[in-house]
Design a protein around this ligand. Structure first.
Ligand code: NAD
Length: 442
């Protein structure tokens, strides 16, 4: 008999986790407070865009390997393992744990009726101490049961990247399992036995901290190269060559050394803020992490400065913004640099036309009627004074430059992701400006 697993929270992580667990042979019961998401999953339709998710949803839906409900308590009662994959957003810079608490309460209520050992797995990113101090006591209070006897809790942070989430989940660099009760750890190891990976076994708080340290390091690496990029511009140097050369040093490595208009998404900014605020509460001032965020806060606005360096004031200028999602292959716009860029352009009086292959619906909810929604990249560029590339979708890297130039009023290209070859752009007649590109090409 297949083990039933409840996955609480149908977001980017929950959906991918559940579908991959179904691939590994489990029966998955998805739960969410959001009826719309549950309804969509029941109809075999993905509430998000993520490569491979729609196909897996349809496949496992018709094979009867998954169900979905808003009743988490019942889903837990029917399962021997529950994954908590709810959001842990910031409220006023601090982590909001109400979703995690709600899920823990439901797990407690769900296991009251069960006589066997249940394992709750905290996959959401939570600050060190949350599982000890919030999740376990909440489950105990709601169930009247005892951790380590009637149920176990593990911390299993997720490292997937949106855009390649399924591949990352199934081929992780390592699986981290924080535990207190050996038995719970063994169950989680068994759940992941179909995935070939190193398992790092540790205590609950260390597992929670590993996730923050991981994200803080990657975010810092991006802000580092962005700062170097800004300095490169001052010296007439191209940051891509610098990044290539330093990336060959095995102590540095080439990943996450692409200069650009900043990082966004649902994790790096919020996790940094949460780590900073908890460190401060313990009277430690994390200056490096604060600087990482500071560099990133300003970086999107480099796009505006580059446009202004050619056009002067932007009032009345028509600017095309290509790319709204925080990265390619997702429709996720949470904390995307595009938001800051568009809002600043509007503040400066520019007329803004936007395009994204997948995020247009989400963009409408953010920008309303204040921008023009183009049907294609060329449509966005019609009559434009500036083409700004904000997300490195492949279609923008392959922009037909001749056609693009013909349709624009001023052939200015501001490359926020360094996806267009500056020399090629100049050959076609573009005025090229790029983040970290210090050479001026007219
Ligand atoms: P999300 O916002 O896309 O989805 C979270 C879902 O949880 C929402 O649908 C929400 O309705 C639901 N939810 C909230 N409280 C609930 C409750 N009590 N019961 C049932 N459902 C509830 O979030 P996400 O991007 O999937 O992230 C989930 C967690 O994973 C976060 O802690 C995040 O930091 C972490 N994480 C995210 C990523 C990523 O790339 N998105 C990667 C690694 C880790």
């Amino acid at each position: 008999m297949k083990r039933n697993i409840a996955v609480i929270g149908i977001g980017y992580v929950g959906l991918v986790t559940g579908l991959c667990l179904a691939d590994l042979g489990f029966r998955v019961i998805f739960t969410d407070l959001d009826e719309r998401k549950v309804e969509l999953v029941l109809r075999g339709l993905s509430p998000i865009y993520e490569p491979g998710v729609q196909e897996k949803l349809a496949k496992h839906g018709s094979a009867g390997n998954i169900e979905a409900t808003t009743d988490t308590v019942e889903a837990v009662t029917k399962s021997s393992v529950s994954f908590i994959t709810v959001g842990t957003n910031n409220v006023d810079g601090e982590i909001d744990l109400s979703g995690v608490k709600g899920a823990a309460k439901d797990i407690g209520a769900g296991i009251t009726e069960r006589n066997d050992y249940h394992v709750a797995v905290v996959k959401s990113t939570v600050i060190p101490g949350t599982t000890d101090e919030l999740v376990i006591p909440t489950i105990e209070a709601a169930s009247g049961k005892v951790e380590g006897e009637d149920f176990g809790v593990c911390v299993n942070p997720e490292f997937l990247r949106e855009g390649s989430a399924i591949r990352d989940f199934m081929n992780p660099d390592r699986i981290v399992v924080g535990y207190r009760d050996e038995r719970a750890c063994r169950v989680v190891e068994e759940v992941f036995s179909g995935i070939k990976s190193i398992i790092v076994k540790t205590d609950l708080r260390t597992a929670e901290m590993i996730k923050y340290a991981n994200n803080a390091f990657l975010a810092t690496k991006i802000s580092f190269i962005n700062e170097i990029a800004n300095i490169c511009e001052l010296f007439g140097v191209d940051v891509t060559q610098v990044a290539y050369a330093i990336g060959l040093d095995f102590r540095i490595n080439p990943e996450f050394l692409r200069a650009g208009c900043g990082f966004g998404g649902s994790c790096f900014p919020k996790d940094l803020r949460a780590l900073i605020s908890t460190a401060r509460k313990k009277n430690y001032s994390p200056v490096l992490l604060e600087a990482t965020l500071k560099v990133n806060d300003k970086q999107p606005l480099r796009m505006i400065e580059l446009a202004k360096s050619v056009l002067g004031e932007l009032r009345g200028r028509r600017v095309a913004v290509l790319g709204l999602a925080f990265k390619p292959e997702t429709d996720d716009m949470r904390e995307a640099p595009s938001i800051k860029i568009v809002q600043d352009l509007l503040k400066q009086g520019a007329v803004v036309a936007v395009h994204d292959p997948k995020a247009m619906e989400r963009a409408r909810a953010i920008f309303g009627e204040n921008v023009e929604y183009a049907k294609s990249s060329l449509d966005a560029l019609r009559g434009a004074d500036c083409c700004s590339i904000v997300t490195e979708w492949r279609e923008y890297a392959e922009l037909p430059l001749e056609e693009a130039k013909k349709t624009m009023r001023v052939p200015l290209l501001v490359d926020g992701r360094r996806v267009i070859d500056p020399v090629k752009a100049a050959d076609v007649g573009f005025i090229y400006r790029g983040i970290g590109y210090g050479k001026v090409i007219q």
